[in-house]
Design a protein around this ligand. Structure first.
Ligand SMILES: [Zn+2]
Length: 350
């Protein structure tokens, strides 16, 4: 499957992997190596650093934050992923699995549960959950499509219920740092927007002693981040593709024309997780129905690719900004500026 058909509908879902055989083999080896390791199943509160990520669909976590997740997991932080839908409406890029699509057998969601599990194994993240349980809310499809109207979709979710479900997770896991999308959901997908709304409300509610005592002991998150793709990174990708003769980078010439670039001076945090690119590449491959391994982007992989995929960016929305380093003064650690010993460090709370 060549990928001349990079669809405008869901650009954020379609980052490149490298289809060079050597890279595929390395990624496969990384998966195998991970599978042989045993995750220590620790009580979350025994782990000093705890990171919770709320994503909309299986694969969003890997595309936007996979290297970061692998990095913190490797550093023995507690990494928890909450995924809000099964991604039932995703476009299937593998011809032999097209029968799973929503417009055919509608079996994609179940299939993607397995893809996500494999991706989490590659990232070595053992705590991944679906908000309200698998299938509680359905993928809403792209904005303006009939799927938005289905009563079971996340876009139509009862916000109180969704927030309550997430508060239970926040109060259980007690993360100092929470990551989700900005108010536009990064690029306007209804489920990403809804993930933002639910997360912001849940972080507030979790800290409110008056809110749902049965949902667990009050927990105040220290830092809340949005995922971000700096415009300069997008532009570098566009330029690189042009040089390599590709012209279909979402059909635009300039990063200014894309709906999901963040002005560079708004990006507060840059996590360099290039050491975990193998894990991210393996996780991308695990999302097989969604990400074409021979897409046009793989031309990037040897150049800006490593930086584009291994360095992930964030905007600090709430909480203390840690000391920056580097020319742009960005934080390099999501936990920067936190006094972890004073706030539920090694000692379990409660
Ligand atoms: Zn998504």
């Amino acid at each position: 499957m060549t990928d001349a058909t990079l669809p405008p509908p869901d650009p954020g879902e379609r980052l490149p992997t490298d289809d060079a055989q050597a890279v595929l083999e390395a990624a496969a080896a990384a998966v195998d190596a991970v599978a042989e390791r045993v995750d220590a199943d620790m009580d979350p509160l025994d782990v000093p650093r705890r990171l919770l990520l709320v994503h909309a669909h299986p694969d969003d976590e890997t595309i936007g934050t996979g290297a970061t997740m692998a990095k913190y997991a490797a550093e023995h932080a507690r990494v928890t992923l909450v995924t809000c839908t099964l991604g039932e409406e995703g476009e299937v890029v593998v011809p032999e699995l097209e029968h799973l699509a929503a417009g055919a057998e509608d079996g994609l969601g179940q299939h993607r549960i397995g893809e996500l599990a494999a991706a989490m194994e590659a990232l070595r993240v053992s705590d991944h959950r679906f908000l309200g349980g698998p299938g509680r809310w359905r993928d809403s499809g792209m904005m303006g499509t009939p799927a938005n109207e289905r009563p079971d979709c996340f876009w139509q979710a009862d916000l109180d219920e969704a927030v309550h479900e997430l508060v239970r997770v926040v109060r259980e896991v007690r993360p100092q740092v929470v990551v989700t999308y900005d108010a536009n959901g990064g690029y306007g997908h209804p489920d990403h927007i809804q993930a933002h709304r639910v997360t912001v409300a849940a972080v507030e509610a979790a800290a409110d002693p008056a809110y749902a005592p049965e949902a667990g002991e009050v927990w105040a998150v220290d830092k809340l981040y949005w995922t971000a793709v700096p415009r300069s990174v997008l532009q570098a990708g566009i330029d690189q593709l042009k040089q390599s003769g590709q012209t279909d980078f979402f059909g635009v010439d300039s990063a200014e024309d894309l709906p999901f670039g963040i002005p560079d001076d708004e990006v507060t945090t840059e996590v360099d997780a290039r050491a975990h690119l193998d894990a991210k590449a393996a996780a991308l491959r695990a999302h097989r129905t969604q990400i074409a391994v021979d897409g046009p982007f793989f031309a990037l992989a040897d150049n800006v690719g490593h930086k584009a995929f291994g360095v992930e960016h964030f905007v600090l929305a709430r909480g203390p900004r840690g000391a920056g380093d580097g020319p742009l003064g960005r934080e390099s650690d999501l936990f920067a500026g936190l006094d972890l010993d004073a706030r539920g460090g090694a000692a379990p709370i409660g």
